[in-house]
Design a protein around this ligand. Sequence first.
Ligand SMILES: Cc1cc2nc3c(=O)[nH]c(=O)nc-3n(C[C@H](O)[C@H](O)[C@H](O)COP(=O)(O)OP(=O)(O)OC[C@H]3O[C@@H](n4cnc5c(N)ncnc54)[C@H](O)[C@@H]3O)c2cc1C
Length: 386
Amino acid sequence: MDFDISDEQQAMVAGVRDVLRGRFSPSHFRELEDNSEWPWEAMQALGDHGYLSILAPEELGGAGGSSLDAMLCLEEAARVMGGPAMAYFTTMCFGVRTLAELGTPLQQERILPGLMAGTSFVGLSLTEPDGGTDVLGAMRTRAKQDADGSWVINGAKIFTTGAHIADYVIAVVRTDNFEKRGSYGVTMFLVPTDAPGLTITQIPLFAQRTTGANNVVFDDVRVPEEMVLGEVHKGLYSLFNVLNDERIGAATMALGIAQAAFDEALEYAKTRTAFNRPIGQFQAVQHKLAEIWVRLQAVRQTVYRAAWLQSEGKPAEMESSGAKLLASETCIWVVNECMDILGGYSHTLEFNMSYYLRDGRYTFAPVTNNAVKNLIGERLGLPKSY
Ligand SMILES: Cc1cc2nc3c(=O)[nH]c(=O)nc-3n(C[C@H](O)[C@H](O)[C@H](O)COP(=O)(O)OP(=O)(O)OC[C@H]3O[C@@H](n4cnc5c(N)ncnc54)[C@H](O)[C@@H]3O)c2cc1C
């Protein structure tokens, strides 16, 4: 068993840190969050240095890296950027990876270069208004094929990250098996966001405002046959593997944000004084920090192991789901503890805690923690509860 991060991986992480810390002031990402602005400059800087294309193979212009490489870089990005690192997460773990794995040469040629350069974005329109957990039961959006081969989509999606700035959304819609809730009969379409009949409206959010969330309504949206992504009627099966990376990615985001909160609280404990001594000298504060450090180590090992399994092509469903559960719950706990260490100053905008409090909540996405527990329970051989 080798727990070491290789020299190459350490150099990649240092590279991400240099790009983000070297080019952008600490307030830059908070301003984007305040103004609900996509981090285009940071994305392009990451793209220029090859950090968006880690999960694409070399023959497609990517770095041919592993899931673990990607997660190490994402952890560092979340530590520096906080919530806005969601743009990096979704572009790298979803957009680039999905196109590289499932796209046709034509789709890859059209879409991948912009994604890998950080100049464009592809959103995932899966969740529907009637339910994100019961994703198949709630799926009302449908597509029917015309005689000329093109598909016509009708329906509505909700909460699509980044659709308002995207060039395409991947619409996951029912194309067969209409009366049943089975996985068969679902197809993915690459829909240009300027397609006639497509309406995108932003949902006002209190958190994750940099990347946003959108209602996406399809009113007779016509998509040519060449924009089917993956196999017709079998889209959901292809999506499952990509979703493992999404779970590990959400876990990694939570880990990076929790680490950032810890960094801030540790520094504060060393410099803030009370009763003529640094507050970090009080056991109540010191023990909090020690316990946070220990729990962060546990989360990190769990997340890295899930990413390693995924990198090796080994089954990672339980581990990636478990990592997401553990990291998201721990992040909330860590931020809460760190806020206590900062006392009243945790509520001021002089510090970043209020951003970590808002943006470090990964309990609901890409799947809820209840759904994660259901999955793990079932894989343990317990009866399905729903
Ligand atoms: C900021 C943001 C960005 C998002 N980005 C995207 C995106 O890019 N693309 C996309 O497709 N979606 C996206 N989502 C949607 C997200 O994936 C869903 O919100 C999530 O899957 C939960 O669905 P829901 O909100 O409909 O909750 P529901 O499914 O209605 O669940 C509500 C509650 O009931 C519980 N529950 C439901 N069923 C069960 C069960 N069987 N057992 C136990 N408990 C259960 C849930 O755990 C939860 O606590 C985003 C959401 C947000 C807020």
